[in-house]
Design a protein around this ligand. Structure first.
Ligand code: C2E
Ligand code: MG
Ligand code: MG
Length: 703
């Protein structure tokens, strides 16, 4: 006589546990498996394996628990080998099913294949577990019921898959309630398929073989209930933790909304970048590793706007931003100001990486930008500040700014690491600047005059006006210190205007005292860019009734050779006023002879660097000789500056220089000292003033 095993009445707990463990296994499987949908290649496999393990464990445990409940009234047990085979079969088929279902773009054939694999898994597992019971005589299978179990399971799993996969689009995670719905459906399918496949097995009523090799059903149920549930709960916990970490990471790296982005470059603006920076610095503090802030500033970007217009300027900024972004870590670049960018790096080797990055950024930016069929070249300077040594945000940004200014002061196109001494320097500069603003009104500025000597005769023919700042506390400050400061801070116009007026006033005072002295003034590049410069010079000459012929404007070679329309026009307008134009520090820049010929210049001043080695270096003699020849062939007068000894004097005179200037004749001196020397013949050296300086005084009527 045979009886359907399902007809036996089971105790209550194991079936209840079976009811719980199947949906739990499915839920954990789907929860873990959905991660596989957003990942590619090898990154998917761990998630698929974890999902298969959860699903296989859930189904297998549910089946073992249900069978244990049915077997409880008998002295029955499981063959552990076959029970393990059942688990492995279930795992393998669950893995196949997960691989078919959990893809980024699920297809119907994939869904059906997965469902078929799962259906086969559930039926095969149940059959193997029944076989593991060691019943005698052997089970007779009813193929119709078995087939029905498989078909019902197939249909049920197709529905499960559609519940699981339909709501979530590509890369999106299904909501927990959707997972729970699919898990409940899966559990229901498992239980129905289990019941049907159990019904397919026809066995002798009390034909349990028993024996030592079998694990008693009660022990099996207890072990499975404890082990299976524990495993699934642990996996659920792991999944929840992973989800939290993922969300935290996502929030940290999520692209910022458009309003947080700079419209020109698409980079983060300062506000959101500071938020990211605060988080990164906190992490660095916890990890005990440094972070480095790089401030990338373009050198003289204003000239690009001036020369090519703001639209081209924006296009340059956009290209520069793209180059920086390509080199820097994602979401770690921001636009700070008009032509400044920030990059943040962290990690144990952050400083090394930052140095390498700084060099690469400098190279990348130095590549020409192609805008509207034009090539525009810019260079950048980079300042580096390290957390925590150089402070936390926002001091870090300030200090990176100090470092970038140091890099620019060193000539630009380089990077510099912040040094606390730089702050002391910049504090000193700030104090100096504050004092310099008062210097003009408080009459602390003075022009000193260094005589220029007529080389063939050795007589004084004129003087160069050199600016001095008599600081109330610091004493006499060199123009090499405060002129660049005034240029950087927009004070040079006021200072330059004072020099123009003061030099003309002095010429008038001397002239009224009987000395017709020709005076040279130095003009800065910034003054030259000012359109009103020629008019200001002309106005000063008019104000003090000076013949323009008595004034020379010295412009350094590097400025004069800036081949821009603005420089060319400024020099032409100055020449039109009637003043002489002198190219100062000649030989230190890169002159184009063709351009030099075009300039309305009257004289060249050979730089002191060439005069320095004249008496001891044949090479210096050759260069100086060539420069003199060049000036002569261009019909320009030549002045040598920095003449300090007789040998230099002799050589330069032989070369054919017109005028000489240097400590050998006189150091720069006050106007009063120079006048006394001219009048009383008491000076640093017994040099005569050229007769013409006195003779023409009364006869000349100034313009
Ligand atoms: P510079 O125009 O080339 O002036 C010559 C510099 O060489 C002066 O330095 C002068 O004192 C120095 N010098 C002259 N002869 C000798 C010599 O034999 N040996 C040595 N060692 N030095 C000699 P200073 O007065 O310090 O001026 C430095 C620079 O500052 C000037 O170079 C000029 O470019 C600039 N500068 C001076 N005054 C003004 C000004 O009013 N406006 C502008 N924009 N720049 C000025
Ligand atoms: Mg000069
Ligand atoms: Mg010079």
């Amino acid at each position: 006589m045979t009886v359907a095993l399902s007809a036996l009445s089971p105790p209550l707990l194991p079936p209840l546990l079976a009811l719980a463990v199947a949906p739990l296994g499915a839920f954990v499987a789907f929860d873990l498996g959905r991660r596989a949908r957003t990942r590619d290649g090898h990154a998917r496999n761990p998630w698929l394996m974890a999902a298969a393990l959860a699903l296989g464990t859930g189904v297998w445990s549910a089946q073992v628990l249900a069978l244990s409940a049915m077997l409880a009234p008998f002295d029955a047990g499981f063959d552990p080998g076959l029970a393990i085979v059942a688990a492995l079969v279930g795992l393998a088929l669950a893995a196949g099913a997960m691989r078919s279902w959990l893809v980024a773009e699920p297809t119907w054939p994939g869904v059906v294949t997965g469902a078929a694999l799962l259906a086969t898994g559930v039926v095969a597992m149940q059959a193997t577990l029944l076989a593991s019971l060691g019943l005698a005589p052997r089970i007779r299978w009813h193929p119709g019921w078995l087939g029905l179990a498989w078909v019902v399971a197939l249909a049920g799993f197709v529905v499960t898959a559609s519940l699981l996969l339909a709501p979530a689009g590509r890369g999106r995670f299904a909501a927990p309630w959707q997972l729970a719905r699919a898990a409940a459906a899966a559990a229901a399918v498992v239980l129905v398929a289990q019941t049907l496949s159990t019904a397919a097995a026809r066995l002798p009523l009390l034909g349990v073989a028993g024996g030592d090799a079998l694990v008693p059903a009660t022990s099996m149920a207890a072990a499975v209930a404890a082990g299976g549930l524990e495993l699934l709960l642990l996996m659920l916990l792991g999944s929840a933790l992973e989800r939290r970490m993922h969300r935290a990471l996502e929030q940290r790296t999520a692209p910022a909304p458009a309003s947080f982005r700079d419209p020109v470059t698409g980079l983060l603006t300062r506000g959101p970048f500071e938020g990211t920076m605060a988080q990164v610095l906190k992490q660095a503090e916890t990890a005990g590793t440094p972070a480095v802030l790089l401030l990338v500033g373009l050198d003289s970007f204003k000239h690009v706007n001036d020369a090519f217009g703001h639209a081209a300027g924006d296009a340059v900024l956009e290209q520069v931003a793209r180059r920086v972004r390509e080199l820097a870590p994602p979401h770690r670049v921001a636009r700070l100001g008009s032509d400044e960018f920030l990059v943040l790096i962290d990690g144990a080797a952050a400083l090394e990486q930052a140095r390498t990055l700084a060099s690469r950024v400098l190279d990348a930016i130095a590549r020409p930008c192609h805008i509207d069929h034009r090539e525009i070249s810019v260079t950048a300077s980079v300042g580096l500040a390290v957390y925590p040594q150089h402070g936390a945000a926002p001091a870090l940004i300030t200090h990176a700014g100090v470092a970038v200014r140091a890099a620019k002061a060193a000539g630009g196109a380089t990077y510099s690491l912040f040094d606390p001494r730089m702050v002391a320097d910049s504090r000193e500069q700030a104090e100096l600047l504050r004092d310099l603003r008062l210097a003009v009104t408080q009459r602390q500025l003075e022009l000193y005059y260094q005589p220029k000597v007529h080389a063939p005769s050795g007589q004084i023919t004129g003087a160069e006006a050199l600016l001095r700042w008599n600081h109330p506390k610091r004493g006499m400050i060199s123009p090499g210190v405060f002129i660049p400061l005034a240029e950087r801070c927009g004070l040079i116009q006021a200072l330059g205007d004072w020099v123009i007026d003061e030099a003309c006033r002095q010429v008038r005072v001397w002239r009224d005292g009987g000395l017709r002295m020709r005076v040279a003034i130095n003009l800065s590049a910034h003054q030259l860019r000012h359109r009103e410069l020629p008019e200001r010079v002309a106005a000063a000459l008019r104000r003090h009734q000076i013949n323009p012929d008595l004034l020379t404007c010295e412009i350094t070679e590097s400025v004069a050779m800036e081949d821009t329309a603005a420089t060319e026009k400024a020099l032409a307008d100055l020449a039109a006023v009637g003043v002489h134009i002198s190219i100062d520090d000649f030989g230190t820049g890169y002159s184009s002879l063709a351009y030099l010929r075009k300039l309305p210049a009257h004289e060249l001043k050979i730089d002191r660097g060439f005069v320095l080695d004249l008496e001891c270096s044949a090479e210096a003699r050759k260069i100086a000789g060539a420069v003199v020849q060049l000036a002569l062939s261009l019909n320009l007068k030549i002045v040598a500056e920095g003449v300090e000894n007789d040998e230099q004097y002799r050589i330069l005179r032989e070369f054919g220089c017109d005028q000489l200037q240097g400590y050998l004749f006189a150091k720069p001196m006050s106007a009063k000292a120079l006048a006394l020397w001219a009048m009383d013949d008491v000076g640093p050296r017994s040099i005569a003033f050229r007769e013409s300086l006195f003779k023409a005084t009364s006869a000349l009527v100034e313009a």
